[in-house]
Write a protein that binds this ligand. Structure first.
Ligand code: ZN
Length: 174
């Protein structure tokens, strides 16, 4: 990581910025520092009564064509549980209340976006629902919805190492 993610100083507008570490960019003109901090993202592991897992085939890069768990970046003034409920509804049509999502842990991830690989903190949640029969690709994030028995999920087909680890942890917890 040698190129700063910010082109101009927020404080004085000048350039260049120097990357002091993987999280600190300093303006040589005024000394102001801008920091790269992890962006929190919610990741949902939704199971039906038969321990089948809700997955989506990703329609876009990164990981286009590979499998992923529903989820996304948490929005301002949104809890991680609410973010899970919103993302799962938007991406798969599965409508569960925020209270259905139980915290499972966090994993560190990196996500390429607009020319920079940003650090994210994936916050994992598990939810159970009676049936996933009505799940469908809704908002274009998924090219198809894939529902697989948890023990048969092809871990090498998952787009992100954190999703693979999340499925491993869930398997270990059953
Ligand atoms: Zn400056």
């Amino acid at each position: 990581m040698s190129t700063p993610p910010f082109n101009y100083c927020y404080h004085c507008g000048r350039t260049p910025l120097t990357l002091v570490s993987d999280r600190q960019c300093r303006c040589e003109a005024c000394g102001y520092s801008q920091f790269v901090t992890p962006t929190p993202a919610a990741v949902a592991l939704v199971l039906d009564q038969e321990n089948r897992l809700l997955l989506m085939r990703r329609a876009h890069e990164p990981g286009k064509g590979r499998l992923g768990l529903p989820g996304g970046i948490i929005e301002p003034m949104e809890t991680a549980e609410l973010s899970c409920a919103r993302e799962v509804l938007e991406e798969t049509g599965v409508d569960l209340p925020a209270s259905a999502y139980r915290y499972m842990g966090t994993l560190c991830n990196r996500y390429p976006f607009q020319g920079y690989v940003w650090p994210t903190l994936d916050i994992l949640f598990v939810a159970r629902t009676g049936s996933l029969d009505k799940a469908r690709a809704v908002d274009g994030e998924a090219s198809e919805i894939v529902i697989q028995p948890l023990r048969e999920v092809m871990l090498e087909e998952l787009a992100f190492p954190t999703h693979t680890e999340a499925v491993r942890r869930l398997l270990a917890s059953l």
